[in-house]
Design a protein around this ligand. Structure first.
Ligand code: SF4
Length: 365
C-alpha cells in the first residue's frame, strides 16, 4: 500500500532495533500517550522486540477511556429523554455507565443515533425541529476543531435545537499531572502525532524543560514508533531533554492554526475530571459564555446532579496512568471482556485492555 507499507517495513524495523540496541546502556521507562499507539505496539508485538532495558507503559490518551463516568451517565440520562435525539460516535454507545450504557437506552426506546461527524448531528437537528439534538463532544484536541465548527455553524444558522455535551480534554495537562504524581515513574514520553498535527508541539516545550524529560512527537506505524523511541532513548542516554519530532510528515511546531483558532473561538480552558485520574486543573475545554445556549448541561439542568459509581473490580485508573498493565487486573479476561466490559479501557477500540485482550496478552511482559 502506497504511503503506508514503508512504515511497516521489516528491514527498516530491524535496522532501527539494531540502532537502539547499540546505544542503550540502562533501563528506561517510556510512555506512549495515545491509545492508537498502544494498539499498534501490541498488534505488531513491538514491545516484545525492544531491548529488555526498555519498558513501555500505556498512557491516558484514549478519548473514550478518559471520558468520566459522570459524563457517560449524563449522556445516558439525556438519551432517555423523550424530547431528545442523542448523537454520538459509535465507540461511546457501549461504554458502561453506572447502571447501563447508551445501547441499553436505545433498546429501551431512546432515540440514540451513531454519527461519523458532528456535522451529521447538525443535519439531524435540521431534519427534526421538534426535538433537541444533543451531540456528545468528547475527545482530545483532535476532535475539538470539528466540534467547535459544528457549534459555530449551529449559531450562524440559528439552529436552536442543537446542543453539545462537552467532555474535551487536553494532552499537555495530563502529562503535567502524571509527572507531578509521586506514583508515576516515566523517563520520557511519545507524544501523540495526530494531536500535534492540530496543536503543533510548542505547548510541550515548557513541560520538557520543567520536568527535564524528552517528549518526542510520534506516529502510529511500527517504524514511526521506533523512530520516536530511538529519539527518546538517544536523548535519555545523552542526558538531554527537549521536544523532538519523529512525525515530520504530518506535524509542524506551530500546528494547524485555523483549527486552533476555531477551538479558541468556541472553547475556554477549564478544570476537567478524567476517568481514573480525577480532576486535573485546567485540563479541558468548556463552551465560552457566548455559546452557552448550545450547552446541553445548561439546557437540561437535571443532569448536573448525577452521581456515579465505578465498578470496584476495575483498575483502569491505574492502567491509564501507566502504573499497571491490563493483564495485571484480576478481572481481565474473566469478569471483564469486550463482550462484558467493566471499564472503558476494555470497550474502546483504542483502550489498552481491549488491545491486550484482542492480541492475546494474558501474561504481563
Ligand atoms: S480489564 Fe476490565 S476491569 Fe480490568 S482494568 Fe481493564 S477495563 Fe477495568
Amino acid at each position: 500500500m502506497k504511503y503506508l507499507d514503508e512504515y511497516r517495513d521489516a528491514d527498516l524495523t530491524r535496522k532501527l532495533l539494531a540502532d537502539l540496541k547499540k546505544i542503550i546502556t540502562r533501563p528506561w521507562t517510556l510512555m506512549e500517550v495515545c491509545g492508537g499507539q498502544t494498539h499498534s505496539i501490541i498488534k505488531s508485538g513491538l514491545d516484545q522486540m525492544l531491548p529488555e532495558q526498555i519498558t513501555l507503559v500505556h498512557g491516558p490518551g484514549c478519548p473514550v477511556c478518559v471520558t468520566p463516568l459522570e459524563q457517560v451517565d449524563k449522556a445516558i440520562a439525556l438519551g432517555a429523554l423523550p424530547e431528545v435525539i442523542f448523537s454520538s460516535y459509535g465507540d461511546m454507545l457501549r461504554v458502561p455507565g453506572s447502571s447501563r450504557d447508551l445501547l441499553g437506552v436505545k433498546a429501551a426506546g431512546g432515540d440514540i443515533r451513531i454519527v461519523y461527524s458532528p456535522l451529521d448531528a447538525l443535519q439531524i437537528a435540521r431534519d427534526n425541529p421538534a426535538k433537541t439534538v444533543v451531540f456528545f463532544a468528547i475527545g482530545f484536541e483532535t476532535t475539538a476543531p470539528a466540534n467547535a465548527m459544528a457549534v459555530v455553524q449551529a449559531k450562524a444558522q440559528g439552529l436552536d435545537n442543537f446542543a453539545v455535551l462537552v467532555s474535551h480534554v487536553t494532552v499537555p495537562a495530563a502529562i503535567a499531572a502524571l509527572m507531578d504524581s509521586p506514583d508515576v515513574q516515566v523517563d520520557g514520553f511519545l507524544a501523540a502525532g495526530h494531536v500535534c498535527t492540530v496543536m503543533g508541539y510548542w505547548e510541550y516545550e515548557p513541560l520538557a524543560e520543567k520536568y527535564k524529560i524528552p517528549i518526542v512527537v510520534t506516529g502510529f506505524e511500527p517504524v514511526d514508533l521506533l523512530h520516536g523511541i530511538l529519539e527518546c532513548v538517544r536523548q535519555l542516554e545523552a542526558g538531554t531533554h527537549r521536544v523532538g519530532n519523529a512525525y515530520e510528515r504530518s506535524v509542524s511546531r506551530e500546528g494547524n492554526q485555523p483549527a486552533q483558532a476555531v477551538i479558541r473561538k468556541v472553547f475556554e480552558i477549564t478544570d476537567r475530571a478524567w476517568r481514573g485520574m480525577g480532576i486535573i486543573p485546567m485540563s479541558g475545554y468548556r463552551l465560552r459564555p457566548e455559546f452557552a445556549a448550545f450547552d446541553a448541561e445548561l439546557r437540561f439542568p437535571a443532569v448536573q446532579a448525577i452521581e456515579t459509581k465505578e465498578s470496584p473490580l476495575c483498575i483502569s485508573g491505574l492502567v491509564l496512568q501507566g502504573r499497571k498493565k491490563p493483564s495485571e487486573c484480576a478481572a481481565f479476561g474473566k469478569e471483564c471482556t469486550p463482550q462484558t466490559p467493566l471499564g472503558a479501557t476494555m470497550v474502546s477500540s483504542e483502550g489498552a485492555c481491549a488491545a491486550y485482550y484482542r492480541y492475546g496478552r494474558i501474561a504481563k511482559k
